[in-house]
Design a protein. Sequence first.
Length: 169
Amino acid sequence: MTTNRDLSNVSEDAKALAEYLQQILDKTVNIFDSYSLPLPDRRYWTMADPVVDCEQLVVSFIQMYIGAPGDEATMPRRCMDPRTATVHIQIARQVPVVGPSGSAPSAAVIQENSQLQAYDAWAMIQSAAELDAWETSGGFGLGVIATVETSEPEGGYQSTTLTITSAVP
């Protein structure tokens, strides 16, 4: 059971991570719209990897550190250095499964469903540059580290996930 909390007086500085996660979600939706790729209706951000129980687009926080993206954390950093976050952008889609009679889906059906996931993966990795652009600076950020992968099908769903590390504006 959740508790209602009054967050109206929270300092603007404390909102940076939440605003960053919302920006990533909004930009991802816009990127997929630009490719005319359909996205699931369920879209949100969260502070951990989500449960995959339906088709959904989820931005999930993984970690944040002091320093630029890709910095080796071998030396102490000054508190004025940039904050960098790693997030997963995950699109879960329904995939064909074994039928009630125990028959496996055909190769053609598997490949047809995989086609959309291949499109997802391409759009995601191509979006890395846009996810580094921030309105506040009018240009690019400090760079990104981006990888895309798919999960094993589980429970009738399979996810394509972009892991991106970028500076928090």
